[in-house]
Design a protein around this ligand. Structure first.
Ligand code: SF4
Length: 100
């Protein structure tokens, strides 16, 4: 499987991260597994909803903007969306509800 979303996160975030109980939801299946587009979209939407209720959402967002992950859902955003925000192409940083 891909590395867990929480892998590499500071310990104080991991201990409170809502995704710690089901990291595969956020990281997705193994890169050698062909995840159908509709299944991926559904998985990512559920992950976004988990992020919207996460107590460390803001810290996770700042961490993800710095770490620039190549996959997964972080703070309610896909890696592509994070790259867009980190590159200053977004109009503003989203709230947890907007990300979900
Ligand atoms: S905001 Fe989402 S990805 Fe970040 S720690 Fe919380 S549940 Fe995990």
């Amino acid at each position: 499987m891909l590395a867990s979303v929480t892998e590499g996160m500071p310990r104080h975030l991991v201990e409170r991260a809502a995704c710690r109980l089901d990291p595969d939801l956020h990281a997705g299946p193994d890169v050698f597994t062909n995840e159908p587009a509709d299944a991926k979209a559904a998985r990512e939407q559920v992950a976004r909803e988990v992020c919207a209720e996460c107590p460390v959402w803001a810290s996770c967002l700042f961490y993800a903007l710095d770490a620039r992950p190549e996959s997964g859902v972080w703070a309610g955003l896909t890696s592509d969306e994070i790259a867009t925000f980190a590159g200053g192409q977004g109009s503003s940083t989203p709230t947890p509800r907007e990300a979900a």
